[in-house]
Design a protein around this ligand. Structure first.
Ligand SMILES: Nc1ncnc2c1ncn2[C@@H]1O[C@H](COP(=O)(O)OP(=O)(O)O)[C@@H](O)[C@H]1O
Ligand SMILES: [Mg+2]
Length: 368
């Protein structure tokens, strides 16, 4: 999978006109606040996701303008394709090979990318939300239908929560319907998450073992508030979730929130059977996150027999030579976009193309 050419109009501070990219390493360099992350983000947006910086679509449009667009020629599915996203009037419109899509999420799965940015470095510590988001985002690219499933689950959850807020325990019948719907959707989510966990464990454990020179053992556990063990079928899960929802009704009415479900789960990262979150050194935390991200890329590569585009925003300078060299080796068959302020971020990347960004424009590019 490859980005061949990008055009942007009024996307943040960018003015990228018909810029070509090479199939190997594309090194984007420049001073601070010139648009390096914006370029990485514009590529990321072409996957159909929301901004990884949490920016609302309306704020992606250049200050003072009312329209923005990102267009790219890509090589995907063994042919050249074109993706375009327009932003205007608070709405996003996506086009695939010139055809307007009914929903902007319909382009999910056309371009697959794996992003590694400083915001991921905190994945190993802190609250469970970002780990859930990592897991869900990874599955969405692998199985685009998972996106619709997540949307339906979140809608039903919202419905249940607003019911808890507005109804004092009377209309229990309706709540029962919501419980059944929510549990059925939850069990579908669990099926997907648990399947992905097997692949993730398999790849990430191998990668971590390489990075640590076989000295440490890495493992990822799925932590569910519904089931204590990770050995369960989706059917068992559905049944137990309904029971749990029924039992927790009183508490849920009190807190006006659904206390059980995949929206409360977590993944625990462990090194030598100890939780990285509580006991990991900074180096171990970085290796753990790096392993997850590289595993995400490997899984996509293996499942589609096609490597995703890898986006490394500002992370090379955060990693030591050993880890940098490992990434370089692993990414040999991938198209990679790397950003950094100066050449040191390049590390051991042997060849590719370098692009300097100044005030949102590519001012020069050359081979290195
Ligand atoms: N909607 C927008 N319109 C115009 N400029 C924007 C918009 N959003 C962000 N910017 C500008 O983009 C620049 C930051 O770009 P960024 O890609 O994060 O920089 P860096 O090169 O450090 O990665 C800032 O100058 C900021 O003002
Ligand atoms: Mg940046």
């Amino acid at each position: 999978m490859q980005i061949l050419e990008i055009n942007t109009v009024n996307y943040r501070n960018l003015e990228i006109k018909k810029q070509n990219f090479c199939s190997g390493v594309n090194f984007i360099f420049g001073q601070n606040a010139q648009g390096k992350t914006n370029l990485i983000e514009s590529i990321w947006m072409l996957t159909g996701a929301r901004s990884f910086r949490g920016t609302k679509d309306a704020d992606l449009i250049k200050f003072g303008k009312d329209f923005a667009s990102i267009k790219a020629k890509i090589f995907a599915g063994r042919r050249e394709q074109e993706i375009r996203i327009n932003f205007a009037e608070g709405k996003r419109k996506a086009f695939l090979n010139g055809a307007a899509q009914r929903y902007p999420t319909e382009i999910i799965g056309t371009l697959r990318t794996v992003l590694f940015s400083p915001i991921n470095l905190s994945l190993a510590g802190g609250g469970p939300e970002k780990r859930r988001r990592f897991l869900d985002a990874a599955i969405c690219q692998l199985k685009p239908t998972y996106t619709a499933l997540l949307i339906r689950y979140n809608q039903t959850l919202k419905q249940r929560n607003s019911f808890l807020k507005s109804h004092p325990e009377k209309n229990i019948d309706f709540l029962e319907v919501l419980d059944i719907n929510l549990s059925a959707l939850a069990s579908e989510i669990m099926k997907n998450r648990l399947e992905y966990m097997i692949w993730l464990n398999d790849e990430a454990t191998k990668i971590y073992s390489d990075i640590s020179m076989n000295k440490e053992v890495f493992e990822i556990k799925y932590i569910s508030k519904i089931m204590n063990s990770s050995e369960f079928t989706a059917e068992e899960f559905e049944k137990i979730m309904i029971e749990k929802l029924q039992k927790s009704r009183e508490t849920d009415f009190k807190f006006k929130f659904t206390s059980f479900g995949p929206h409360k789960d977590d993944i625990e990262l462990c090194i030598d059977k100890k939780a990285v979150k509580s006991f990991g050194s900074q180096g171990q935390q970085r290796s753990a996150v790096l392993s997850l991200k590289l595993a995400e890329a490997e899984i996509l590569n293996k499942k589609f027999y096609d490597p995703p585009v890898v986006l490394l925003d500002d992370v090379m300078s955060e990693l030591d030579d050993l880890r940098k060299a490992y990434i370089v080796g692993k990414m040999k068959n991938y198209q990679v976009f790397v950003t950094g302020c100066d050449k040191t971020a390049l590390g051991m990347m042997k060849s590719g193309q370098a692009y300097e960004i100044d005030s949102g424009k590519v001012v020069c590019f050359k081979d290195f």
